[in-house]
Design a protein around this ligand. Structure first.
Ligand SMILES: Cc1cc2nc3c(=O)[nH]c(=O)nc-3n(C[C@H](O)[C@H](O)[C@H](O)COP(=O)(O)OP(=O)(O)OC[C@H]3O[C@@H](n4cnc5c(N)ncnc54)[C@H](O)[C@@H]3O)c2cc1C
Ligand SMILES: *[C@@H]1O[C@H](CO)[C@@H](O)[C@H](O)[C@H]1NC(C)=O
Ligand SMILES: *[C@@H]1O[C@H](CO)[C@@H](O)[C@H](O)[C@H]1NC(C)=O
Length: 577
């Protein structure tokens, strides 16, 4: 018996807890998504993805304190070490920083903290903006009837995995964040959606060791240990259950079906020789074959969208699965939020695929090459040290070439509806000095606000509003002031986009004060504002109310996220409901 009630409508249905980043973003914009997950939350406590990279942390920092919290529970990885394990001649062959500082991140390291913790922190964050929020654990996506009208509501059938109870939900948008074996993707095959690519016939095993004991000196860094027996990647972890822990990632000789934890353990210990390594328990492990695949299209009729592993699968070698899913979710969510609020045309949703498909393709290529390098290195004989130097240099060269991508610093979106500039297609638009590239990430600068000299980090807390920065050059010496005042008048016109949404200008200097402040002077020591720091910022304060398409309760007023810490970070985080 399938039942439907009025409560079963939501603007956005997210299938898979991995879409929590979407829920977080939407909740801040006043939209109340429904999140279902086929698994029970207990099964999400351990294992799976294990690290946040700089760009994901940067985006998450705009959500207030969640990164601080995760940092309190995770482990910062600043270094990489490479080792030749060869009996008497065992040696460290290289030591490098995880990410070079010139990438210009506040957090220029990888933070290892397991997916279960990240999910819990995100759930708490959504709850702060959407009180009755709950992930509907143990509910799986079964089927869907897509609306014939563009972004009209679709009917979705879901099933309780334990009781078999069926329910029907109606949603305007459905987001498939249901992982590598996505059921939504299977459903979408009738629209021509498929996963393209192939498997590399290599089996890898990942194993989380809790209560680690070892005399190897580099287990606080990410280490690659290579011996004639094989290669093991050691990833230092957050303490698990209060104990020092690490993740081991190794290539196995057996097929995925035949792989056992015992085989993996024996191999790890062999590779570690002459060092010792042991642990109290393995609390999670998994064996997998590596496949680099990518979805043929990211959306069905602009109503169903795919994010994360549902649209690309690859090895965990570069630690990018969760990070890519986080960035995709954020990209899609703010656009969906604006469309649902009537602030943007639905066409901007197509930029999601235009922007993210290329990034995923790069990821797939990079991962393939990385897996090939590891597999190739494996075959070479350890006795030949000239050869060893060669493969190490291959790995180094590769990693040096890919640091920026791994960190999330090198992404430049192509020209779309949102990144259009006055230049030719495929040509990055650069503004100012140093270059601000349209479609690329903005660096974490602090600027001085002209009206009151307050230093303002340009990455302000995210709440769905835009901050417009005007980099107008040297105010006193050119006609920048006049242009600013013209713009000010333009913005304040009754029919401007700003006034249409009932916004208010904050921190606006009165024209008289502004003029006095910027009185042209040829005497440099009379300048009040240091050269090169001029900035005028408009901050619009109100979020328009939702449009007719929004059926959920209205938010009476929108408050900025408080920066108060909720709860002190603990060394080990117990996940409870
Ligand atoms: C066994 C395993 C091991 C992994 N190991 C690593 C690793 O070592 N390092 C690393 O970086 N990444 C790893 N990952 C990948 C990492 O978890 C993902 O890349 C990351 O979480 C982003 O992917 P995702 O959220 O799209 O998918 P997932 O994390 O797989 O999440 C998909 C979610 O959807 C739910 N779901 C599935 N089907 C349905 C359905 N029909 N209805 C409702 N919900 C559904 C699942 O329960 C799950 O919670 C691993 C993933 C798995 C499954
Ligand atoms: C969804 O279900 C409702 C009620 O049963 C029905 O009126 C509507 O046509 C259905 N929509 C689609 C897209 O099938
Ligand atoms: C420039 O301004 C300073 C401070 O007002 C003053 O002391 C100085 O004499 C001025 N110089 C010239 C060349 O006017």
């Amino acid at each position: 018996m399938v039942r439907t009630t009025d409560q079963d409508y939501s603007d956005v249905l997210i299938v898979g807890a991995a879409g929590l980043m979407m829920a977080m973003t939407l909740a801040r914009m006043g939209i109340r998504p429904t999140v279902i997950d086929a698994a029970g939350y207990e099964s999400h406590e351990y294992g799976r993805a294990d690290a946040l990279q700089p760009r994901s942390m940067e985006v998450m920092q705009s959500f207030g304190t969640i990164v601080d919290q995760l940092e309190g529970m995770g482990k910062k990885i600043f270094g990489r070490a490479f080792w030749e394990m060869a009996g008497e001649s065992t040696r460290r062959t290289a030591l490098a920083r995880f990410f070079p500082p010139f990438l210009d991140f506040d957090k220029d390291y990888a933070l290892t903290v397991r997916q279960g913790i990240i999910e819990q922190v995100m759930i708490h964050d959504v709850e702060r903006h959407y009180e009755s929020f709950e992930v509907q654990w143990n509910w799986e996506f079964l089927d869907m009837e897509l609306s014939n009208i563009a972004s009209g509501p679709s009917n979705v059938t879901i099933r309780q995995t334990q009781t078999g109870e069926m329910r029907k939900l109606t949603a305007k948008y459905v987001v498939a964040a249901d992982g590598g074996r996505s059921s939504v993707r299977r459903w979408a095959s009738k629209f021509g959606v498929k996963l393209e690519g192939e498997n590399v016939p290599v089996t890898w095993c990942v194993l989380d060791a809790v209560g680690l004991k070892s005399n190897h000196p580099d287990l606080e860094r990410l280490s690659v240990l290579r011996s004639s027996k094989g290669i093991v990647l050691v990833i230092p972890r957050e303490p698990i259950n209060g104990k020092p822990s690490a993740r081991f990632d190794i290539q196995l000789a057996n097929s995925k079906q035949e792989a056992t934890q015992e085989e993996a353990t024996r191999l790890i210990k062999d590779i570690f020789r002459p060092y010792h390594v042991e642990w109290d328990e393995v609390n999670w492990w998994s064996a997998y074959e590596v496949g680099q695949r990518i979805i043929s299209q990211y959306a069905v009729r602009d109503s169903v969208f795919f994010v994360g592993d549902a649209c690309h699968t690859h090895s965990p070698r570069a630690g990018l699965g969760l990070n890519t899913a986080v960035l995709e979710s954020h990209n899609l969510a703010w656009k969906m939020g604006l469309v649902l609020k009537g602030m943007a045309v639905p066409q901007i949703l197509s930029t999601y695929e235009l922007e993210r498909h290329g990034v995923a393709k790069e990821l797939i290529q990079m991962d393939r090459r990385l897996v090939e390098i590891y597999a190739g290195l494996e075959k070479q004989s350890i006795d030949d040290f000239s050869n060893a130097a060669e493969w190490l240099s291959t790995l180094h060269t590769f990693q040096a070439a890919n640091y920026a991508y791994q960190a999330g610093a090198s992404i430049v979106y192509p020209r779309t509806l949102l990144t259009a500039g006055p230049r030719k297609r495929n040509q990055a638009v650069r503004i100012g000095k140093p270059d601000v590239i349209v479609g690329a990430r903005c660096r974490p600068a602090v600027v001085t606000r002209l009206s009151d000299s307050v230093p303002v980090p340009i990455m302000s807390p995210f709440d769905g509003r835009f901050t417009v920065y005007l980099l107008v050059g040297d105010l006193p010496t050119n006609d920048a002031l006049n242009r600013l005042l013209e713009l000010d008048a333009f913005v304040q016109r009754p029919k401007s986009i700003f006034s249409r949404f009932g916004s208010r200008l904050v921190g606006k200097p009165s024209n008289a004060r502004l003029s006095a402040l910027l009185r042209p002077t040829s005497n440099a020591s009379e300048r009040i504002i240091p050269k090169g720091r001029e900035l005028y910022s408009y901050i619009y304060d109100d979020i328009p109310q939702a449009t007719a398409g929004y059926h959920g309760p209205r938010i009476p007023s929108y408050t900025r996220p408080s920066l108060r810490r909720w709860g002190a970070p603990a060394a080990s985080y117990k996940i409870t409901s």
